[in-house]
Design a binder for this molecule. Structure first.
Ligand SMILES: C=C(OP(=O)(O)O)C(=O)O
Ligand SMILES: [Mg+2]
Length: 431
């Protein structure tokens, strides 16, 4: 058979932060081959699958992945040889079995994911299908609303900007992906002009958004609303706001430490703080509003805000179906973030997404702060019909690689394509 895995090779490449990461190539018995690369987070959840790094060796300014390369070529490749590349489940289960740990710490989630993604792409190529159609079938025709992280803060700006890590533009009022991308880029440029006018920095953070040293988190929203207006759009009608404070990063000693505002808030006060933001600004999504160690108070957050906006868990759920199942049972949020490398295989990522969707939850596909030009998540988003994704600012190559791929997908789908729009953020209220 032509679709058998013949060989797998891997190499160390650099990611967008200048750190080493893994690139994988899968070769099939018919000579076809496919390539993928693995991203890397900075504000990571403690229950993420383990990204394996070489001891203390600092190479290129970051810890290398030579052991990961060796694990792929010497342990994984021989075992996957002669498996049908279309059998994604067996491929992923074989690697999970080979690893034998709960968190992929033996071979490395970066080893396993690189191979898993490369096999999916090779299988799509073998079937002569675009990746989104291979993974999603003929019903995969809806384009997501892009969420553009145009103001970077927290750890992504080395704490030189706002406390909140991500302030995103959500141009949900457009009637196509292409149009929403144009709106996002125009507002991004209007924001740049506004920052220059206010003598604020237009230097960028890890995800391509500006990282001005604002005096409060509210100032970020004022800037966004003003930029939306200046670009000729109506806040709340054409374009909303999504926030990822990544609050685990500033939750210390049981309090949320707002450095820019020089105060520390309890969980209940933090929930009120968000409620006020939601009252005053066109916010449609709040991710990681509370810390991963603050599970009980997520219930309070969901009671107060779950009926009006999408509440997404990132660090707290880690794309892990077991944790998401518990969260659904406890009714502590209404959406999960979806990051391939938090769980480590394509199969488990699909399972996490489907689980959320089955229960009426949202699934919000995400890049990592350390990225490559691999555009896998663009296809994944359409395949799984998640309706929204975030891939940073509409600037910088590794971020726009995903948005540009979505343009191609929309073009290829032609009249079959639709755009998710604002409905993507509306979650049914659960009892
Ligand atoms: C994309 C994010 O950042 P990182 O990749 O650093 O976890 C996030 O927190 O949602
Ligand atoms: Mg996050």
């Amino acid at each position: 058979m032509d679709s058998l895995i013949e060989d797998i090779i891997a190499r160390e490449i650099l990611d967008s932060r200048g750190n080493p990461t893994v690139e994988v190539e899968v070769y099939l018995s018919n000579g076809q081959h496919a390539r993928t690369a693995v991203p890397s987070g900075a504000s990571t959840g403690s229950k993420e699958a383990v990204e394996l790094r070489d001891g203390d060796t600092l190479r290129f300014g970051g810890k290398g992945v030579r052991q990961v390369i060796q694990n792929i070529e010497e342990i994984i490749a021989p075992d996957l040889q002669d498996l049908d590349v279309r059998d994604q489940k067996s491929i992923d289960e074989t690697m999970i079995g080979l690893d034998g740990t709960d968190n992929k710490s033996k071979l490395g989630a970066n080893a396993i994911l690189g191979v898993s993604m490369a096999c999916a792409r090779a299988a799509a190529d073998y079937c002569d299908l675009p990746l989104y159609a291979y993974l999603g079938g003929p019903g995969a025709t809806r384009l997501p609303v892009p969420c553009f992280n145009v103001l970077n803060g927290g750890v992504h700006a080395h704490w030189q900007g706002a406390d909140f890590q991500e302030c995103m533009l959500v141009p949900y009022g457009a009637d196509s992906f292409r149009e929403s991308l144009r709106w996002g880029a125009e507002i991004y440029h209007a924001l740049q002009a506004l920052l220059l006018e206010k003598h604020l920095s237009v230097g960028v953070g890890d995800e391509g958004g500006f990282a001005p040293a604002v005096d409060s988190n509210h100032e970020s929203y004022d800037l966004l609303v003003e930029a939306i207006r200046r670009a000729g759009f109506e806040p709340g009608k054409d374009c909303g706001i999504a926030i990822d404070p990544a609050s685990s990063e500033f939750f210390k000693d049981g309090k949320y430490q707002l450095r820019t505002e020089n105060r520390a808030l309890s969980s209940a006060e933090m929930v009120d703080y968000y409620a006020e933001i939601v009252r005053n600004y066109p916010v449609v999504l709040l991710e990681d509003g509370l810390a991963e160690d603050d599970w009980e108070n997520w219930k309070l957050l969901n009671e107060k805000l779950g009926s009006s906006i999408e509440l997404v868990g990132d660090d707290i759920f880690c794309t892990n179906p077991k944790i998401i199942a518990q969260a659904i049972e406890d009714n502590i949020a209404n959406a999960t973030l979806i990051k391939l490398n938090q769980i480590g295989t394509v199969t488990e990522t699909i399972a996490a997404t489907r689980l959320a969707q089955f229960h009426g939850w949202g699934a919000f596909v995400s890049h990592r702060s350390g990225e490559t030009t691999d555009d896998f998540i663009a296809d994944l988003t359409v395949a799984l019909d998640t309706g929204h994704l975030k891939s940073g600012a509409p600037a910088r190559g590794e971020r726009v690689a995903k948005y540009n791929q979505l343009l191609r997908i929309e073009e290829e789908l032609g009249t079959a394509a639709s755009f998710a729009g604002k409905k993507a953020f509306v979650r049914p209220v659960r009892g």
